[in-house]
Design a protein around this ligand. Sequence first.
Ligand code: PLP
Length: 396
Amino acid sequence: MADRVEPPPPIPGARLLFSLDPAVAHLNHGSFGAVPITVQRAQERLRDEVELNPLRFFDRGLFDRIAHTRRHLAAFLGADPDRSALVANATTGVALALRSVGLRAGDEVLTTNHGYGAVRYAVERECARAGATSGSVDLPLRASDTEVVARVRAALHPGRTKLLVVDQVTSATARQLPVATIATVAARLGVPVLVDGAHAPGMLPVEVDRIGADFWVGNFHKWGYAPRGTALLTVAERWVERIEPLVVSWQQPHGFPANVEWQATLDYTSWLSAPVGLFTLRGLGVERVRAHNAALAAYGQRVIATALGVDPAALPDPGGPDVAMRLIPLPAGVAATQPDAVALRERISDELRTEVNLNAWGGRGWLRVCGQVYNRPEEYERLAERLPRLLDDARR
Ligand SMILES: Cc1ncc(COP(=O)(O)O)c(C=O)c1O
């Protein structure tokens, strides 16, 4: 059968690297990641070091250790470390970009209808503060890359659009967008672009500097096996002097990136242990993990869609071979609003002991499953077997 999808072979031993509850199927790596035990231990050792002598930890060499970590993480992504700063998360990177573009009354910030909800709130607040307006470019779920680029280009207003925010991999719709082409097109029109690469590090073979965006931010705490609170913001040369830290502290006179990274007395141990996450990923084989995760997510998507009677040909295209998150449309009327989607996600968690992502998008409910090295085909098969009855029940 031409469209039969086989699960990938497991990566031996990989499941044992994680401390996840074995009684639960964790099919939602994308939301908050999962930290390998090696990384948890590295962070514990760092915390022990802090508590042994907090003064020595903070006062002697911590800036250098942070810079070393930044260089390591930037190199992994093909980003210039001198134009990059460690930040807590993608949300913080977005806030920094929005603050730094210097919005004024009459300006515009654009997002897309696939954008992350919290990012949309940030855009709306910064626009309201400045008297600017926010808008959204409508991208149909099944739009080709060419159509995506054309729609984005048509929505830009050179001179007025002060920032376009576009996701490298979207959250609710699990779609890889052609961010490099969009950045090129927008640059020709003089419109700055912020790429929200929250899911990219570890999932996609990213070369940040080749994308050519004005701002790029990505999380290492999702697919890069880092402790939560680890992300990298990279800015184009022309923005380096214009980045406005959200919190001003002792490194302010030193400028970017130190003034963004140093946020006074914080727990910096997540950043410092992030390289161990990359060692763990490299130890398994970055390409191998990528291929495994995408193939397993595709397998899961197919078995669940089949169980729900969804025609495989109608499944949305993820927009690239490495996307390790896949969507399944739910029957019409199920989880069509966000509160209903949250309620259904919680029922699946409680009753089927399975963690998934579930959102209302475009007037219908969508289930998102991820693939990760700790997942097994049986976990998706078990969900596929039990989900139809739960959905019937939810509709009553
Ligand atoms: C596209 C996108 N942007 C931003 C975020 C926010 O990430 P964080 O909570 O780490 O800031 C997410 C989280 O899932 C996301 O998917």
